[in-house]
Design a protein around this ligand. Structure first.
Ligand SMILES: *Cc1c(COP(=O)(O)O)cnc(C)c1O
Length: 422
């Protein structure tokens, strides 16, 4: 039998790092990746013949669980009709309608193929619409891997950006301004200084890419107010939160309506999809009805549309509150167990997502998130994995619960945590 170890060796010869997205390589948890042979419900099955309870859930899309019958049925029906047309099809309207109906800030929506494409296109549109160049983003928020968003604070220059990776020219990120999450004062300072040239503020309305960090009371409302005052657009990156924190996204949950919304993950039901949408007046600036260019050979792909629509239609009647309740029990249960072992631990959670931070101080931004002890996380991650619990291999990710996880799965997870030695 070919196992994960052998496959990883083969992969590394012809795929950079053996993976097609870096975190999967498990470097930060000092181990090798497991190769997945199949997934079903709440479980992934590896090439080593082992079954794991999955809390990665493809990094978010699989809120219904893997291999969901309704999504599968829709896909099978679609596949028999051909896999791509490069021309309009009815399924595009159906998914667009489902999104527009669910998200209060979205009157019109354009489909793309990934979350990265959605945020990159939304930024271009925001710049085209406002005629301005600068964009505000927050430390620790991830908006895909487009150049303009790959910036972190440079030493010395507190708010002006330096590129976060080689290959991104300084010129490309010089328009990216950074602020700390939950810090309205920093945003106000940026606007006081550059307000006339700021096209948009991009924010994860609930942050999920530094681990789960919730917006403090008034933060999103404050962003709404400042952006409106200066004529800048407020862009919610709901690639994770859309259809997860509530069926109506974070905008529905918090009652703050952004000008533009970026989507991905869940709306593709496991197929490669992204979308950006918003007010009609703004979206009408996109080609061909407007002058801001954006295109895609496979955009609106009929298989992706079918999987997304089946997912959203099924989610409509699911009990989000019950799932939130179960997730809370699991997350708080884990916290109690680890605390009893004398480990400092914080838990941030909302709906079906949570993160355990190994620190004794509350986590409300990237600075406090980074205080989480990664040595403790590595011990936690590896011992959970040895016991059949599959978590994201980074201390700055969320764990995703799903509608497929059973009470028994959650109990097994707690039992595994009980057996960990630090
Ligand atoms: C995953 C993610 C993206 C990027 O989506 P891809 O499909 O990986 O390109 C953008 N924004 C947020 C908030 C994400 O979590």
């Amino acid at each position: 039998m070919t196992n994960s170890k052998e496959l990883f060796a083969l992969a590394q010869e012809i795929i950079p790092g053996g993976v097609n997205s870096p975190v999967r390589a498990c470097k930060s948890v000092k181990t090798d990746p497991l190769f997945i042979a199949k997934a079903d419900g709440a479980y992934v099955y590896t090439e080593d013949g082992q079954k794991y309870i999955d809390y990665v859930m493809s990094w978010g899309p699989m809120l219904l669980g893997h291999n969901h019958p309704a999504v599968n049925k829709a896909l099978h029906e679609a596949v028999d009709k051909g896999t791509s047309y490069g021309a309009p099809c009815k399924a595009e309207i159906d998914l667009a309608r489902a999104i527009v109906d669910a998200l209060p800030g979205v009157e019109m929506v354009r489909m793309v193929n990934s979350g990265t494409e959605a945020t990159m296109s939304a930024l271009r549109l925001a710049r085209g619409y406002t005629g301005r160049n600068k964009v505000v983003k927050f430390h620790g928020c991830y908006h895909g891997h487009a150049d303009a968003f790959l910036a972190s604070a440079g030493s010395g220059v507190a708010t002006l950006s330096i590129p976060g990776t080689p290959g991104v020219p300084e010129e490309t990120v010089k328009h990216t301004l950074l602020a700390e999450y939950n810090n309205l004062d920093e945003v106000k300072e940026l606007f006081a200084r550059y307000g006339e040239d700021i096209a948009a503020v991009f924010v994860e309305p609930v942050a999920g890419n530094m681990g789960v960090v919730l917006p403090e009371e008034g933060f999103l409302q404050g962003l709404r107010q400042i952006t409106s005052e200066y004529g800048a657009l407020l862009v919610f990156d709901e690639v994770i939160t859309g259809f997860r924190v509530s069926f109506n996204g974070a905008q529905g949950l918090y009652g703050v309506i952004p000008d533009l919304t970026c989507l991905g993950k869940i709306i593709g039901g496991g197929l490669p999809v992204g979308a950006y949408g918003g007010k009609k007046e703004i979206m009408s600036r996109i080609a061909p009805c407007g002058d801001v260019y954006q295109a895609g050979t496979l955009s609106g792909n009929p298989l992706a549309m079918a999987a997304g629509l089946a997912t959203i239609n099924t989610l409509k009647s699911m009990d989000y509150e019950l799932l939130a309740q179960k997730t809370k029990e699991l997350a708080l249960g884990l916290k109690d167990i680890l605390s009893e072992k004398g480990v400092p631990v914080q838990v941030n959670l909302t709906a079906s997502m949570f993160t355990l931070f190994f620190t004794s101080e509350p986590v409300k931004d990237f600075t406090s998130a980074q205080k989480s002890d990664q040595e403790l996380f590595i011990k936690f991650y590896n011992q959970m994995r040895e016991q059949g619990i599959y978590l994201a291999p980074s201390g700055f990710e969320c764990a995703f619960n799903s509608f497929a996880h059973t009470e028994e799965d959650l109990e097994k997870t707690l039992d595994a945590a009980n057996r960990i030695k630090f």
